[in-house]
Ligand binder design. Structure first.
Ligand code: BG6
Length: 470
């Protein structure tokens, strides 16, 4: 989380993309690859193989990349696409057909033979959770879990959330995957950890003794992690109806942000030591007990959601807010509030740490988006012949402090770190299970009755959550 994006040459790699025509690949992964090629952040011997059930040409994929890149940035360069084209190939693969995996194996072999070097094999799975298990199994059965034939490297899996649907299915998925791939080979993406300010949490905590000294329950009275969006489900109805806000964002992104906020900073900042510290944060958090669901959680659904998913009876939540507590003495009694929601007034992701009791608190806020930066709220005397106080802020914003710095999309960092084989940015199997363990009792209670589901207008602030903080 504290490392610079490496600009040194990376290893020669083949990246195989399952789900290349999907929404996520199109919006995030392909544009990120474009920018990596544009900035020479990949090894010259980097090859891309897209797989699709249908016959799709490389030209078609390149058109999609151009469209996605021009939609979000000004400086599109056709020469970058030409460079990518020489490294790109497509293969028709039905993920349920064994023979297609044999073809994939042959394709990888041909590319390696031509390149004359051993290439790291990275399989990126941007696919619905229900097909995930089958693909992993077939990759394994067809010998694609081992490294290239020219060397001894192991192949890697780069996988998208959700990692399971609940605690039980996550356990099953992890155990099935482990039949073919070791934990070392698996990179579970949580792109929120790759956002610039998230990368700063540990550095900021570790290297600013002012805060480091008081980072505990004696001084901190509350931690709130919020990831709200103005967009709705954007045509992802089929996916979202079975998932909902708690599974979509809280189980993954918010839990992953909670860990670096609370963890005991290890003396050596290795990936292993940081993962151990994250794990201990998650293990110390107690789930919301069944008899406290009413006053420790709020869920809502935006007004037009049911129409969008064509289900007038849908009880899927598009908004979730809950308060958790840790058993770690360092965080005793500190409410940890996690909130997410769609179709709200604004988009904002932030981590807010309150020092002192309201309304006399100082408030430190990490802003992950928009306007990335860190703000400290302070009270000062108003100028002039008055002793009245006012709240003001000390602001650090990336765009003013580092003017030459253009923020990289989180997916660029995700891809680079997976190619480098560095696990720091990725969730471990134990972290995934611990997050499900924390949320499972709430999921179970919510499944029993939806009487507390609040319908809120799109573009509003969402349901009232004031009852959550004692
Ligand atoms: C994804 C969720 O993980 O994150 C989406 O599945 C959500 O529902 C998205 O919209 C938000 O990501 P970002 O980077 O735009 O905040």
């Amino acid at each position: 989380m504290h490392k610079d994006l490496p600009t040194t040459a990376l290893e020669p790699t083949i990246l195989v993309i399952f789900g290349i025509t999907g929404d996520l690949a199109e919006r995030k992964v392909l544009p990120a690859l474009y920018h990596l090629f544009a900035n020479d952040l990949v090894h010259p011997q980097t090859y891309l193989v897209g797989t699709s059930r249908r016959d799709i040409s490389v030209a078609d994929i390149l058109k999609r990349i151009e469209h996605a890149v021009t939609a979000h940035t000004d400086g599109f360069d056709p020469a970058v696409l030409q460079k990518m084209a020489t490294h790109f190939s497509m293969l028709k693969v039905d993920p349920t057909v064994d023979a297609d995996y044999a073809q994939l194996r042959d394709r990888l072999q041909q590319i390696e033979d031509k390149a004359g070097v051993c290439l790291h094999r990275l399989f990126y799975l941007s696919i619905p959770p229900q097909v995930y298990g089958g693909i992993v199994q077939r990759l394994g059965q067809n010998g694609l879990n081992t490294g290239c034939s020219h060397g001894v490297t192991a192949s890697r899996l780069l996988v998208e959330k959700p990692f399971g649907y609940d605690l039980h299915s996550a356990q099953e998925l992890i155990s099935k995957t482990s039949e073919h791939f070791s934990e070392e080979q698996i990179f579970r993406i949580d792109h929120y950890l790759a956002k610039e300010t998230a990368q700063n949490i540990l550095t900021f905590r570790q290297h600013n003794p002012l805060f480091n000294q008081i980072w505990n329950h004696r001084h901190i009275t509350g931690v709130s992690i919020t990831a709200i969006e103005s967009i709705g489900i954007e045509g992802r109805g089929n996916f979202y109806e079975h998932v909902g806000a708690l599974r979509d964002l809280v189980q993954s992104h918010l839990m992953q942000l909670l860990s670096p906020t609370l963890l005991d900073i290890p003396s050596d900042m290795t990936a292993d030591a940081i993962h151990k510290a994250k794990q201990s944060v998650l293990d110390s958090i107690t789930p919301v007990p069944a008899d406290q669901v009413a006053n420790r959680s709020v869920r809502g659904q935006y007004q037009t959601y049911r129409e969008e998913v064509h289900n007038p009876d849908s009880t899927t939540e598009t908004y979730a807010s809950l308060v958790l507590y840790s058993q770690d003495p360092r965080w005793e009694g500190v409410p940890l509030k996690l909130t997410t929601g769609k179709a709200l007034k604004i988009k904002r992701t932030s981590i807010t740490v309150d020092f002192g009791d309201q309304p006399h608190s100082n408030r430190l806020q990490f802003r992950l988006q928009p306007n990335e930066g860190i703000t400290l709220a302070l009270r000062v005397k108003k100028p002039g012949l008055t002793s009245a106080m006012e709240e003001t802020t000390m602001d650090f914003a990336y765009h003013t402090a580092f003017q030459a710095h253009s923020p990289r999309d989180a997916y660029e960092r995700v891809l680079i770190e997976a190619i480098r084989g560095d696990h720091l940015l990725f969730a471990t199997d134990e972290e995934v299970l611990a997050s499900w363990r924390i949320l499972q009792p709430l999921l179970d209670e919510w499944a029993k009755s939806s009487a507390d589901l609040v319908i809120y207008p799109s573009g509003s602030d969402g349901p009232d959550t004031s009852k959550l903080i004692p």
